[in-house]
Ligand binder design. Structure first.
Ligand SMILES: Cc1cc2nc3c(=O)[nH]c(=O)nc-3n(C[C@H](O)[C@H](O)[C@H](O)COP(=O)(O)OP(=O)(O)OC[C@H]3O[C@@H](n4cnc5c(N)ncnc54)[C@H](O)[C@@H]3O)c2cc1C
Length: 309
């Protein structure tokens, strides 16, 4: 990654956590251009989008936006929304599981209460035969997130998994452990601002590690979601699974709502399992900024569309 791009990304990711910027964005609503990446502010709007994806052969994982709560009391409403969401998925008859951010459930404030919140959501999902993915946030929460997923699994909940980020040096070890004692994982490159002491600073190294981790997991046969829009990685995975004779029931591709829609449709039409991550809700601002930071061209795209509106 060029130095300019790296600085741009770091600056945007710093803004993602800024409270004043968040308040400004909420006031202007999804008009700021976030609509491209966010399915709407309400559950009904999100379910409509999931229906449309399902009609194209694409499954979904619904995410109720929100992260980094300041008081443990805020987690209660978020927990209830996830239970409502799971009921909504069931009632609508759509094909979708859910993804949640542990900092929305209080992992940074009270890990035990966070565990309890997530356990209740996982139990609600199990009642509907559904699955809960714990998204992976920045590295101060990696151990605790894996810990909660492990603890739930140890208690017999088989409908929970988490995410491993290829940019972290530690991910090799995490993958080994979560494969020996198998857990359903989503593999990603990683979206947060991390120090050089914890994460590969060069994109080429992240990409190379991503490929290594994907191959190790696919070889192991433990269910793996490969979450990327990187077409060269997707092509290599397709060649790898063909060469190694890996069953399509052992993995899926995942992409984000609003990104590479045609590629999602093409893979689904070719018979691959594809899942689209569909975020909705009012707290879309940090999510939106991470999407802008991933691709500088998105900022221009959003600005251009703003001036047309
Ligand atoms: C389903 C899903 C779930 C995720 N969950 C997590 C998580 O829990 N924790 C976490 O840290 N990260 C998560 N991520 C984000 C991930 O870490 C990357 O930041 C993101 O996927 C961009 O990397 P890439 O693999 O697409 O490859 P890149 O090399 O960044 O991009 C490859 C190509 O994809 C396209 N592209 C990528 N990003 C964008 C964008 N924002 N807008 C438009 N085009 C784009 C561009 O054409 C780009 O050239 C998730 C990603 C997906 C797809």
């Amino acid at each position: 990654m060029a130095i300019g791009t790296r600085l741009f990304r770091a600056a945007l990711l710093a803004v993602a956590g800024n409270r004043a910027a968040k308040a400004f964005a909420s006031r202007y609503g999804l008009r700021l251009g976030a609509r491209q990446f966010v399915a709407g502010e309400t559950l009904d709007e999100a379910l409509d989008q999931v229906r449309a994806l399902n009609a194209k052969g694409i499954e979904a994982t619904l995410d109720h936006l929100g992260e980094g709560i300041r008081r443990m009391g805020e987690a209660e409403a978020f927990k209830q929304e996830y239970v409502r969401l799971l009921d909504g998925i069931r009632a609508a008859g759509v094909r979708s599981n859910v993804s949640l951010k542990p900092t929305q459930m209080g992992i940074a404030l009270d890990p035990e209460a966070c565990y309890d919140n997530i356990r209740r959501i996982v139990a609600a999902a199990a009642r509907h035969g559904n699955f809960v993915r714990l998204d992976m946030e920045d590295s101060p929460h990696t151990d605790a997130t894996i810990g909660i997923a492990r603890r739930l699994q140890g208690e017999g909940w088989t409908n929970v998994g988490t995410v491993i980020q290829a940019y972290l040096y530690r991910s090799d070890d995490d993958i080994r452990r979560l494969t020996d004692d198998p857990m359903n994982l989503r593999l990603v490159k990683g979206a947060y601002k991390e120090p050089k002491s914890r994460a590969y600073p060069r994109k080429a190294d992240v990409d190379a590690n991503f490929r290594r981790l994907i191959e190790a997991r696919l070889r192991s046969g433990v269910y793996t979601a490969i979450a990327t829009h990187d077409e060269s990685v997707i092509r290599d995975v397709q060649a790898f699974v063909q060469r190694e004779g890996i069953d399509r029931a052992k993995y899926e591709f995942q992409m984000l709502y609003g990104i590479r829609g045609a590629l999602q449709e093409r893979l689904a039409a070719e018979g691959f399992r594809v899942r689209c991550y569909v975020p909705y809700g009012k707290m879309w601002y940090p999510y939106f900024v991470r999407r802008l930071a991933e691709r500088p061209a998105n900022v221009l795209f959003v600005l251009r569309n703003r001036t047309k509106n």
